[in-house]
Design a protein around this ligand. Structure first.
Ligand SMILES: NC(=O)c1ccc[n+]([C@@H]2O[C@H](COP(=O)([O-])OP(=O)(O)OC[C@H]3O[C@@H](n4cnc5c(N)ncnc54)[C@H](OP(=O)(O)O)[C@@H]3O)[C@@H](O)[C@H]2O)c1
Length: 336
């Protein structure tokens, strides 16, 4: 074993959930694997809770392959205690409580990740809530505030306002002084978005978000995960100099668009996915979150919205709930 420190009683094997073959939720299968080992700069986490995210479902369905070298097990975030540290890890010690962004492998009793992608459990939060932070907070921070440069006083529109991403984006944007608008698919979901800090939540089954946002002067920043016909509608909803950030295409990536609008109104269309980015870039996002966002969590100004928890072995049920879109906020798996 190459790690420099480890807890004394680590087993050789662990319980996990693997993807038997590409397909629906039922392909998630309880299994047993050898414990992963932390390489230089990595920590091994004894997982207590693992967050469930829409990209896990894409991976399960066969359309979001893990990057080279990452675990083939699903799971992009987890909380727990450090069980071992690899060489050249100075910031964490065995026994520390952490939550961390993972390259994969969160649906398991133990997972490895670069030490720089772990963060302390924010003051006042438990491990269950902490497991829900990394994937959505890394994504929202890097896209809304770094890539799109949302500023206090600007108008921000987020689609899928009741999603894990949406509930995070609404709270962070409101806490940092933006005027927030959100879309969601039911009155109940819209009410939650407004409780979280949206000035106006738009039920997209009943009203056109373009009309609502344009009546306010247009959105300075839009965070979109829907795509398809939302793309030209987003362009219409943007204010001059507005920025559109795509983080997914739930309804498809292809569309016909009049780019003259982009030129004439000086718009920016951008986007990113978190998982393929370099370790260094994710470490930079982690450092920014620790400085700018962890104090908001500790002060209770921002908090993860918890939908439901399932035992690890019932990951298939957790995925079915997520894909039904009945949930509001985050779904977690109880592992430890
Ligand atoms: N780029 C990145 O790095 C990155 C990272 C994490 C997540 N993501 C993406 O961000 C999105 C949200 O992730 P999440 O984990 O927060 O997911 P989630 O909680 O499952 O939320 C997805 C939401 O989108 C809405 N929705 C679902 N299918 C839709 C469709 N066909 N058309 C329109 N709306 C639909 C649903 O709300 P309604 O009932 O209101 O329609 C649902 O609550 C996902 O697409 C995910 O792949 C991207």
């Amino acid at each position: 074993m190459t790690d420099t420190a480890r807890s004394p009683a680590l087993p050789d094997r662990m319980r996990c959930v693997e993807i038997a073959e590409p397909g629906g939720p039922r392909v998630l299968r309880p299994a047993e694997r050898a414990l992963p080992r932390p390489a230089a700069g990595e920590i091994l986490i004894h997982v207590a809770w693992a967050g469930v995210n829409r990209p896990d479902a894409l991976q399960r369905a066969g359309s979001y392959a893990p990057p080279p070298g990452a675990s083939d097990l699903p799971g992009l975030e987890a909380s727990g205690h450090v069980a071992a540290v690899g060489p050249e890890v100075h910031d964490w010690q065995v026994g520390d409580a952490v939550c961390a962004l993972l390259p994969g492998g969160g649906y398991a009793e133990y997972a490895v990740t670069p030490a720089a992608h772990a963060l302390p459990v924010p003051e006042g939060l438990g491990l269950r809530e902490a497991a829900c932070l990394p994937e959505t907070f890394f994504t929202v921070w890097s896209n809304v505030f770094e890539r799109a440069g949302l500023q206090a006083g600007e108008r921000f529109l987020v689609h899928g306002g009741s999603s894990g991403i949406g509930t995070t984006a609404i709270q962070l944007a409101a806490a940092r002084g933006a005027r927030v608008f959100a879309t969601a698919g039911s009155a109940e979901k819209c009410a939650v978005c407004e409780r979280l800090g949206a000035e106006r939540a738009i039920n997209y089954r009943e009203a056109d978000f373009v009309d609502v946002v344009r009546a306010e002067g247009g959105a300075n920043v839009i965070l979109d995960m829907v795509g398809a016909d939302y793309i030209p509608r987003n362009v219409r909803a943007l204010a001059d100099e507005g920025r559109l950030v795509q983080i997914a295409f739930l309804q498809g990536p292809k569309v016909e668009l009049d780019f003259a609008q982009v030129m004439v109104r000086r718009l920016t269309i951008t986007g990113s996915t978190l998982r393929p980015q370099s370790d260094l870039s994710k470490a930079r996002i982690a450092a920014a979150l620790r400085a700018e966002v962890w104090p908001l969590l500790a002060a209770g100004r921002v908090a993860p919205v918890m939908d439901s928890a399932f035992p690890l072995d019932e990951a298939a049920e957790a995925h079915a709930r997520m894909e039904s879109s009945a949930h509001i906020g985050k779904i977690v798996l109880s592992v430890g």
